[in-house]
Write a protein that binds this ligand. Sequence first.
Ligand SMILES: [Zn+2]
Length: 441
Amino acid sequence: MGFIDYFRLQFGFKFYSTKQIKAMQFKSIQGLYAKAQASAPYYAQLDPKDGLKDWEDFYRLPLMNKTILMDNFDSINTAGLKRSEVEAFALDKEARKDFTGYFNDRYVVGLSSGTSGNKGLYLTDKALTKRLPFVFLARSGLSLRYLPFRIMFCLRVFSQGFADINSPLIKLNYVSTMTPIEKVIEDLNSKKINVLMAPPSFVRLLLPHRDQIKTKLSCIVCYAEVLTKEEKEKFTHFFGCKVIEIYQASEGQVASACKAGNLHLNEDLIFAELYDLKGDKVTEAGIPGQLVITNLINEVQPLFRYRMNDWVVLKESCPCGSHYRVLDHVIGRQDDVMMFMTSDHTLQHVFPDLISRWIITTSNEIREFKAIQSDVNEFDLSIDCLHPGDQTQLIESLRKRLLSEFEAFKIHPHLHIKVESLSIPKDNSKYKRFEVRKEKL
Ligand SMILES: [Zn+2]
């Protein structure tokens, strides 16, 4: 089924018109809704009870979020699984750092990061995860002439979903994001790795060591964290290879890169809606929207109109010709949007992608940063530099830059900048460049 799947995934991506895409999506949604109503009590009591007739019916379905999912976990899944049992299984795996194995020998359990008590549990059928390597191949933007791919795959945690991604054409070498950098470089060179798959924070750890990397990288594939345009260019320049992104969340495979290097929504795997801060629907390019997705292929845990934490911006079109909608960029998480008080005493939001850009484009010397907003107009910034030494001048130019950028929004924050060694978290959580301590806001 693998190669048939590969060509099917390729075909839809290349040749479907927008009208065909919408028709295919509605058919998937209809089918999924019928199955959900037949096997999941939560959906059985939802209106309409006799199935979805048209898009209007679909748009009348209530929005879902992580709280609703977790509160109704037992009645939302179609396999009769109990939250208490699945949660115990996932927490036990996390405690032992052993992420292999399936729940009931059949389900992959994903535990989304979140503050304690706010974690999400996601279920996927084993059979579905077997498609992942083909989805990856068909949508990675990787040219098949690089076959066989010798991939170094950096994972925060190893999970069963990944164990199954292995075939003669794809060799996977796993390293943990906690592996010492010297060992990573040794593996890159001795295994002649040509594709590096890693979160951007891990690639940034390699920046000071690029001269020691002797293998010829064809491509770096970033995932799990936001990759800004500026940083994508920086990686391309530093490592002399193509840099692409895969946008995957616990809730589904949201988007992947095309040959032109742009991120397209996986319109055959998810249906995406976008909403602005006021809750109005966003359809045009260039306007930030929060993602609401319907996973079209997950029948074990059907999720309709699920509000994600992420904000994205659409782009008009892509030169590759595909009609799958294109993302201009991923802004970041809702939790990372900072709110400041302006001199006019109004609250002004600033999206994290903007702050990232101000910081990164000030100097190539800034390898990593961490921005913390502890109170309304407090802005604490730590930077970690590429080279050791006195950074007084860099801090001064960064201060000037940030103050003038904030000034344009009539924001005058108390700015504290320091140089500090910043590393990847020792547990399995993602590196977070932004921290908004909301309780104080
Ligand atoms: Zn494209």
